[in-house]
Design a binder for this molecule. Structure first.
Ligand SMILES: *Cc1c(COP(=O)(O)O)cnc(C)c1O
Length: 435
């Protein structure tokens, strides 16, 4: 058999080395043993002992976890309740009504498409519904963390769209609203997508919508990262301020099972999205995911405002604590953050990827991120932090200086990660494992 490491020769040297190492150590091992060992070690190190600051993940609430049923997720389901391709699934029809109704409601819309497995597929469904191959889409630049699914190498390219960058102001870490109308008149995109993988500050959605209306463009707000804040009526209200629709991940700040959703208040838009999803991009899908999704949305209705407020307070407190420890943060001219995200400039620590590896060895898990003001040829310069998971684990503002100190010991003082790890674990253990 060809080895996995030979399939993607363009993957980094580190990836090639890691794949070869695994191919060697796993050869001949009992599969069940190897799989169990892998997931057990992960659960301990990441879920129980680690401080997870990675922005693209979360932990589900105990109520949502209680209805997460792997047996259900192994049952394919196709078509609408009442006309399912496979007979006998009627008891599950309730999930297909509860999940979209609750998601639409908590996001401030009237309709939600929740069947697609990821936000990437949601973006593809929107491109399919509202643009034809050859049409133009205007998105946030890559170094401003416009997502791969907005760009030529991802879903936008797969739909055959011509991708242009929206004008951006790196100093303010937001769109350049002054140049925006001019750029849209020049490029005449069918779709304008705002929202990115680093969301320190809200967009001026009303200003973007006004520029879109001049040329008849549809405005999409990709809320993948901030959906939980929007559900908590915090940060901003894109649908009220003029976005035609929201696309989102259901597992980042929203805190549900992995998946995507598209939300709108417009009936015609909802119909076109629904058709693009099914029978467009879906046949059978994982209906088991809709159970924890419905409960997650219900939990956000009940407690989302408090959760969002605490996520944002923690981000502000962590930014201030990191600043006090001598770190440089993005957005310093604007108070660092107005969301649950913050970004540390890691240039002095070998860049974002290198710094993230060092922090992981010390039990703190996050990712690198491009900083909008970094040079084009500079490797990923920032570290992205999201406070959603630690907030669910009960970390409050008083714990933020402790996290900042651990990060200083690992990155600035260059202490041996093995010496810091027990202190990270101890801090984690002073908070609850299951929210
Ligand atoms: C994470 C992210 C996505 C992709 O979500 P998946 O569910 O992983 O496909 C889309 N858009 C933005 C802005 C994101 O940050």
């Amino acid at each position: 058999m060809e080895t996995l490491s030979s399939v993607a020769p363009w993957a980094s040297a580190a990836a090639q080395a890691r794949l070869r190492e695994l191919e060697t150590t796993l050869a001949g091992r009992d599969v069940l043993d190897a799989v169990r060992e892998s997931i057990e070690a992960h659960r301990r190190a990441y879920d129980e002992d680690g401080v997870v600051l990675y922005a693209g993940t979360n932990t589900m609430t105990a109520r949502a976890r209680s209805v997460h049923d792997p047996a259900l997720s192994s049952r394919p389901s196709m078509g609408w309740p009442g006309e399912k391709f496979q007979a006998g699934l009627d008891h599950l029809d309730a999930l297909e009504v509860l999940a979209p109704t609750l998601v639409a409601d908590v996001m401030g819309g009237r309709f939600a498409e929740v069947r697609l497995q990821s936000a990437t597929l949601c973006n593809l469904a929107v491109y399919t519904a509202f643009a034809r191959p050859g049409d133009t889409i205007a998105v946030l630049p890559e170094n401003a963390n416009g997502h791969a699914s907005h760009h030529a190498q991802g879903a936008a390219g797969i739909r055959g769209l011509r991708v242009v960058d929206l004008p951006y102001d790196p100093a303010r870490i937001d769109l350049d609203y002054e140049r925006l109308p001019h750029v849209l008149r020049l490029e005449r995109p069918a779709l304008v997508v705002v929202g990115a993988s680093l969301m320190l500050f809200p967009h001026d959605v009303a200003a973007v919508r006004a520029a879109c209306d001049e040329i008849g463009a549809l405005l999409v707000y990709d809320a993948s990262h901030v959906a939980g804040l929007l559900a908590g009526k915090a940060f901003q209200d894109p649908l009220r301020d003029g976005a035609h629709l929201i696309t989102m991940s259901t597992y980042k700040s929203f805190g549900g099972p992995p998946g995507g959703a598209i939300v709108t208040a417009d009936h015609d838009i909802a119909r076109r999205v629904s058709r693009a999803a099914y029978p467009g991009l879906l046949a059978n899908y994982d209906i088991g995911r809709l159970a924890p999704l419905a409960v997650t949305a219900a939990d956000l209705v009940a407690t989302g405002q408090d959760y969002a407020r605490r996520c944002m307070a923690n981000a502000g407190a962590l930014a201030a604590a990191l600043d006090a420890e001598g770190f440089t943060l993005a957005g310093s001219g604007r108070g660092w953050t107005a969301s649950h995200h913050l970004a540390v400039d890691a240039r002095d620590f070998g860049g974002g990827a290198e710094a993230a590896r060092r922090l992981a060895a010390g039990g703190i898990h996050l990712s690198g991120i491009e900083l909008p003001y970094q040079a084009a040829d500079e490797p990923t310069r920032g570290l992205r932090i999201g406070t959603q998971e630690i907030t669910r684990h009960g970390f409050g503002e008083s714990a933020m200086p402790k996290i900042a100190t651990l990060m200083r010991r690992l990155l600035v003082d260059k202490q041996d990660p093995a010496d810091v790890l027990p202190d990270t674990t101890a801090l984690r253990h002073t908070h609850r494992v299951n929210p």
